[in-house]
Design a protein around this ligand. Sequence first.
Ligand SMILES: *Cc1c(COP(=O)(O)O)cnc(C)c1O
Length: 434
Amino acid sequence: MSETEPTTIETGELSRRPGRQRGREDGKFGRYGGQYVPEALMPAIEELTDAYERYVLDNEDGFMDEFRERLADFGGRPIPLQRADRLSERYDREVYLKREDLLHGGAHKLNNALGQVLLAKYMGKERIIAETGAGQHGTATAMAAAHLDMPCEIYMGERDINRQRPNVFRMKLNGAEVNPVTAGRGTLKEAISETMRDWATTVENTHYVIGSIVGPHPFPVMVRDFQAVISEEARAQAIEKTGELPTDVVACAGGGSNTMGSFAAFVDDEDVALHAVEAGGSTLEVDEEAGVAPNSASLYTGEEGVLHGARTKLLQDSDGQIMESHSISSGLDYAGVGPELAYLVDEGRVSPVAVDDDAALEGFHRLSRTEGIIPALETAHAFGFLEERHEELGERVVVNVSGRGDKDLDAAIEETDKRDVDEAPDMSMFTGGI
Ligand SMILES: *Cc1c(COP(=O)(O)O)cnc(C)c1O
């Protein structure tokens, strides 16, 4: 790396530190993680594990160099770490924003989608499949597949297709096929089962791109390693701007990929506090009878169980049935969470916090109004946390802006209209419906 490079990304060194070795060998994070998959998928999982070790860990055939280059030229990296002047003043500490909303596609998800589609190419696969709920992961995967000239099929619940028409159109614009899933309630859970079924019969030529640090090994470590570019950059940028490490790093957590991406390079820096902000939904109280958790706070309130191929913390009732989750942000609305985060929470290394819908919406309006950045509703939870708990934080806080809010404007109008939100614009212009 040349002397004049503005941001020195010590990727190699950071990637070899002990915290980053966790899970790489056997997919175990203490009691969490593992490979709980049907027999039919084991060959695919073993082949992928081998490819992860060769191409990602050992940079065989220059895989990681090509990944970095494409993240730069197609994705727009490095992404700035920006000082938030008004928030710094408001909270009386230095607040820095890692602007993943500026990554191509408007969220952190491309880091992973691009890594996995490129890996599939190195593995000689000829077809990409993925599942998507709100459509964010599907759009990122379709974009990466178009960029790398790979045929792509996305499974999506029929109900979600009707609710997310712009994202469905985006995927189709990028040349992906969108396969509606009609089983069950026609949402993410059924779409995941359908994608698994496809993969079990097409493993020879197909790669399944999982969208977060969830699923069987090697997905949690592989997705973390692709997303770790967020904190590798942020760590170097913080040192360059302030001469010191941050005191705190804050990121929202659904499955937890932007979260571990923001934490990975700091895990071994014991003085840096790591805060994972989950969706507290409408309340943390659970309605066991109805099988519903009106939140998505699996790190904060969940219990150990197995979901989608890994042991982790889950929202489940006393019989071990997975409960439906809820959040105003679809990207956080998931009953599970990555096994590595579950482990780091048990170890006391990561602090889980739950921020409810109301506080998240306040965060959404505050960042928009004070900094000129409209965040995704997922991201807004991190700013709800900042408002509620900044007094407990240190002097230099890095917050990951996981995505931009353009996709959430309809939801934001609806949710704001229902509430009395501080700093919200006058909503009367919308009476009469929009
Ligand atoms: C998908 C998404 C999330 C949640 O996913 P993680 O795997 O928890 O990072 C958060 N923010 C944005 C903008 C998203 O699109």
